[in-house]
Design a protein around this ligand. Structure first.
Ligand SMILES: C[S@@+](CC[C@H](N)C(=O)[O-])C[C@H]1O[C@@H](n2cnc3c(N)ncnc32)[C@H](O)[C@@H]1O
Length: 211
């Protein structure tokens, strides 16, 4: 793998993350995703479809558009917008012509998008060196009432970064409901020959509804 996963998961802040994806964008699909048999976007798409998620959808940390691509392949026809803070990743996503709107924004800050999304999905963005649970209120702020969420959260940070506690607190405060968790493999079998340290990574898919 060229730019690679090891560096991505060791990132120490937003500037480092941005610089990393600037260089990784060009090879992300054909290199990382293809070589590692990156399954996570398809798992999140299937979970969202299984929960009967509706549009319009916001794909959070959309990257090159693999999750929206999976949703389309599964027959999802509602509009999908992308938000990501990497211009280079969004440029790759734009080439696929899947997204209705592409927005460059840091999701750890309040978003200037309207509160209109019936579905909010994300794969690979809530992981080590990336985004923590502090971003969840920013996503809830753009969710329509009863919006369906399907967010992947890497198992490495599920407890360590406090996603478990944050989601329980949001449920306890009545800000989310119907919280269900699905645990999935992030990569396919080919990953073992490429990156033994991360090949067996697992992620929680948090399914819940906005209040
Ligand atoms: C591992 S990639 C996942 C991309 C895509 N969802 C997928 O599954 O292939 C993580 C993405 O999150 C984006 N990202 C990381 N931190 C972010 C932040 N604070 N705000 C917005 N996007 C962020 C990165 O630019 C990158 O495109």
């Amino acid at each position: 793998m060229d730019q690679g996963l090891k560096g991505a998961l060791g990132l120490t802040g937003p500037e480092a993350c941005l610089a990393y994806y600037r260089d990784w964008a060009a090879s992300y699909d054909q290199g990382f995703a293809s070589e590692m048999q990156y399954l996570l976007p398809a798992h999140v798409a299937a979970a969202f479809m299984g929960a009967r998620g509706q549009g319009p959808v916001l794909d959070v940390g959309a990257g090159t558009g693999l999750l929206a691509d999976s949703l389309r392949q599964m027959g999802f026809q509602h509009p999908i917008d992308a938000v990501d803070f990497s211009v280079e990743m969004l440029e790759r996503a734009a080439e696929k012509r899947i997204y209705a709107g592409l927005f460059q924004a840091d999701i750890t800050r309040p978003l200037t998008l309207p509160r209109r999304y019936g579905g909010i999905v994300s794969s690979g963005t809530f992981t080590a060196g990336h985004v923590g649970p502090g971003a969840l209120p920013n996503l809830l702020a753009v969710a329509a009432p009863q919006a369906q969420f399907a967010l992947s959260i890497n198992r490495r940070v599920w407890t360590a970064a406090g996603f478990d506690v944050a989601l329980e607190a949001l449920a306890g405060d009545g800000k989310i409901s119907d919280l269900h968790l699905i645990e999935v493999e992030v990569y396919g079998a080919a990953a073992a020959g490429i990156d033994a340290e991360h090949a067996a990574d697992r992620a929680m898919i948090a399914l819940f509804r906005a209040a």
